[in-house]
Write a protein that binds this ligand. Structure first.
Ligand code: KQY
Length: 364
């Protein structure tokens, strides 16, 4: 593996493709952190295994597991899934596995962004994060791809979505948050995204999902389903704080154009009714930094937008909510060539993210 310190993907003819373009595989990490997942991840591992199995029907899945969990992961996951031992601090492959870029010849390279647990010592969610921060390079070594070293810039994969045709979606709340790159202006950040993702247009949604502890990653509120078309998490409940947030995003999306000069077609994807964590669930979580990770009655950032696009399937969360069926039907209509597989994901949501957050596609 070559670590590229000079040169950028755009300069070298690479671009980040849309998630809906073909994949050669998917990366996941087996969960076990006891302040993120109930009872050391017992229930979360079952949900992660269902997600991995569903994706493995479409593409090669690699699951990274700690030494302590290796045997268990191997036993729980079907044989077509590759399990490798790799250290991590938690299980958010979207955020610290590499962002992959591809060139015209189909060659891929990884990007190793800096990771500081969603805000470092300012408002990060755990400490330390050193093992997470090494994963991108380790995975590029494993996959035998060259890697761009961009660790000086803090970015998580869940904070960007691209259409593969020059447009990148982000949220202001996340990319301009003081815990990430406080010395950089919006223009500086756009310049880095332009050079590393090979995009010409960065669309800045004002916010994301209420109570999303990542400073509101874009992948929970809005996603491309194809160039020129997005889904937006939506509620009709005007008494819900989320209403104003989703409306602000809609108004923004309706007034901008993408890199090709197109107006975006916005498909509203309903939100489930607010999901809150119970006292019983909180009792299954260890403390982090001497504080409980969550408190009973706390709202979780549930959203159907946090789905993964596999080659032959859409793997989406369900919450046991009446809106589960409608959200599934909408995604099925938007992805007619893929089977929509809905997985009950409350045990993933408790960790603070969902199916998109725990997966990272390898294009090609
Ligand atoms: O990408 C994500 N949504 C990760 C959330 C991490 C939360 C840590 N408790």
């Amino acid at each position: 593996m070559r670590q590229i310190k000079n040169g950028t993907p755009a300069g070298d003819g690479f671009r980040m493709p849309g998630e809906f373009e073909h994949h050669r595989g998917c990366i996941m990490i087996f969960p076990e952190r006891p302040d993120s997942w109930q009872y050391g991840g017992y229930a979360a591992r079952k949900a992660f295994a269902q997600v991995a199995e569903a994706i493995s029907r479409s593409e090669k899945v690699t699951v990274c597991a700690s030494g302590a969990q290796y045997d268990n992961a191997r036993a729980m996951l079907p044989e077509q899934i590759r399990v490798v031992e790799m250290s991590s601090n938690d299980a958010w492959a979207r955020d610290y596995a590499p962002t992959f870029v591809i060139n015209e010849k189909g060659e891929i390279r990884g990007i190793d962004w800096g990771f500081n647990a969603w805000g470092g010592l300012y408002d990060g969610l755990y400490f330390p994060w050193d093992q997470d921060n090494r994963m991108a390079r380790k995975l590029c070594d494993l996959l035998e791809t060259d890697v761009y070293d961009k660790r000086e810039f803090i970015l998580e994969g869940g904070s960007i979505h691209v259409d593969g045709e020059g447009t990148c979606l982000v949220t202001e709340t996340c990319l301009l948050s003081p815990g990430r790159n406080p010395g950089l202006s919006r223009e500086d950040i756009e310049e880095i995204l332009r050079k590393y993702l090979n995009v010409s247009t960065v669309l800045w949604l004002p916010c994301g999902i209420y109570k999303d502890e990542t400073n509101e990653h874009v992948d929970n509120i809005c996603a491309f389903v194809k160039p020129g078309e997005v889904v937006l998490a939506w509620t009709e409940d005007q008494d819900d704080v989320q209403y104003g947030m989703s409306r602000a995003c809609l108004e923004y999306l309706e007034r901008v154009t993408d890199a090709k000069g197109r107006r975006l077609k916005v498909h509203k994807l309903p939100l489930p009714k607010p999901v809150v964590i119970t006292g019983e669930e909180c009792a299954g979580l260890d403390n982090c930094w001497d504080e409980p990770t969550r408190t009973p009655g706390e709202r979780l950032a549930a959203s159907y937008v946090n789905f993964y696009i596999a080659n032959k399937a859409i793997v989406m969360p369900g919450f046991g909510d009446p809106a589960d069926a409608r959200a599934k039907e909408i995604l099925q209509g938007l992805f007619p060539g893929r089977e929509v597989i809905q997985i009950y994901a409350r045990d993933i949501l408790i960790g603070g993210g969902n199916i998109h957050c725990i997966t990272q596609q390898i294009p090609g």
